[in-house]
Design a protein around this ligand. Structure first.
Ligand SMILES: *Cc1c(COP(=O)(O)O)cnc(C)c1O
Length: 441
């Protein structure tokens, strides 16, 4: 985390394109001695185009910010592509190679593979939970893995939190992690968060709010990586109220409402990319809201690792409540929202995006203190046709042709059924590839 989050005068940013806003934010947090500004501009403008984000206005005071126009149709593409190129930049400079470990609940895997495949400086090892991702998500990963020698894909018979545990075990063995040059592009990686600050500024400018007016931004939340981006934008002075929107895995919602953080076991829901009980970026949120209280971070880590409850003090809980509203949607609520939004606006949303719109419709009648509500759309509905079917919406042509194309492409994945072997298999694969790469160098 940055040691200091500066307030910025963003009035001059209002006319900038989305990639230019990303660049301005990166310039604040990346020192030119790390990456010179002209190089930074080159990297960002080569990875991001203005049409990667789009706004859909649903009513006078509600719009949707679509962040899913990247290669794998999820918002994660936006930050992942820049993160991978930042890594390439440093690895090229230092003549080094990294083994990137990724645990995914569905979308991170494909975005990471897309961003890293073909990189001369990285191999990527991806774990995903078998049977808990959609067909398109799985095919995106298996087909890219089949054609890139630096991509290694593992299907686990568990949940995405199990994948996180395996990842944690690999990094916890410091000697192993160092010897094998392990790194990570999950939203543990600060670079992802850095890029994810920009959409909040863009959303604010697009909302039509007058300068100073508060805009409410409803954010579908899993590991809180997107949400911490908003939290930092707010700390930089952007007048937004953030709404953390969860599915039945409502750890964040409960923490905001009660001041107690308590994780449990993962529930499988229709918004599968948010099936997470370990929202690790809460640590960053608490860090920002407590002005960098490191003792609290330690308490947080101990509580989460030990499966114990963490009780926020009154002062911190008050700050949390000033910053966030929260809302939780059941599967029934998600399906109903997809259906209603389609009936009212002929607009199809993915099940994650539906949690934000569910918040909006549930609070529409309340008197609002904000100028407008922007709902963040985190994935294309075309990735979740199974859920759309359940909500009574026919597959779109785009989704069908995407599926047909992927189904006939070569695929590659190692299926791991025996839980006791997961860590060992990953270790061996990483070690073998490192030896192979070092012989090639
Ligand atoms: C990853 C993801 C989320 C959750 O994002 P976090 O940053 O983990 O909170 C929500 N929706 C979709 C479609 C995602 O892929």
């Amino acid at each position: 985390m940055p040691t200091h989050i500066p307030s910025v005068d963003f009035t001059t940013w209002m006319t900038l394109s989305y990639p230019e806003i990303v660049l301005e934010i990166c310039k604040i947090f990346i020192d030119p001695t790390e990456i010179p500004h002209d190089k930074l501009r080159e990297i960002i403008l080569s990875q991001l185009q203005s049409d990667l984000v789009a706004t859909k206005r649903l009513s006078d005071d509600c719009s949707v910010l679509e962040l899913f126009h990247g290669s794998t149709l999820a918002f994660k593409d936006l930050a992942m592509s820049c993160t991978a190129r930042f890594l390439d930049y440093f690895l090229q400079k230092r003549q080094r190679h990294l083994n990137i470990i990724v645990s995914t609940s569905g979308d991170t895997g494909a975005a990471a593979i897309q961003a890293i495949r073909g990189s001369p400086h990285m191999d990527v090892f991806v774990m995903y939970p078998l049977g808990r991702v959609t067909e398109i998500q799985e095919l995106q990963m298996t087909t890219m893995a089949a054609t890139a020698e630096n991509v290694h894909l593992f299907g686990l018979t568990g949940t995405s939190d199990d994948g996180d545990e395996v990842m944690k075990a690999l990094f916890a063995d410091k000697e192993f992690a160092e010897r094998n040059d392990l790194s990570n592009v999950n939203s543990i990686n600060w670079s992802r968060i850095l890029i994810q600050i920009a959409p909040y500024f863009y959303a604010y400018f697009q909302s039509g709010a007058k300068p100073g007016q508060v805009v409410e931004i409803a954010v579908p939340t899993g590991a809180a990586g997107n949400l911490i981006g908003g939290c930092i934008a707010r700390a930089m002075g952007l007048p937004v109220r953030l709404v953390a929107c969860t599915n039945d895995n409502d750890v964040i919602h409960q923490m905001i409402q009660t001041g107690v953080l308590m994780t449990g076991s993962v529930k499988q829901t229709l918004a599968s990319a948010m099936d997470i009980q370990m929202p690790y970026n809460i640590e960053r949120i608490l860090h920002v809201l407590s002005n960098g209280d490191t003792a609290l971070s330690k308490e947080f880590a101990n509580a989460v690792d030990g499966g114990k409850a963490l009780r926020l003090g009154d002062t911190l809980h008050t700050k949390v409540k000033e910053t966030f509203h929260s809302h939780t949607s059941s599967n029934a609520g998600i399906k109903q929202t997809i259906k209603t939004v389609f009936e009212q606006h002929q607009y199809v949303v993915c099940p994650h995006t539906a949690t934000a719109l569910h918040y909006y419709s549930a609070n529409q009648s309340n008197s609002r203190k904000s100028a407008a509500c922007v709902c963040i759309a985190t994935a294309s509905p075309d990735k979740f046709t199974e859920v759309l079917d359940e909500a009574g919406i026919k597959n779109t042509g785009a989704a069908k042709s995407l599926l047909n194309e992927l189904r006939v492409s070569p695929q590659k994945v190692l299926r791991l059924e025996n839980r006791d072997e997961w860590v060992a298999v990953l270790r061996k694969s990483i070690e073998d590839h490192r030896k192979l790469k070092s012989r090639m160098i």
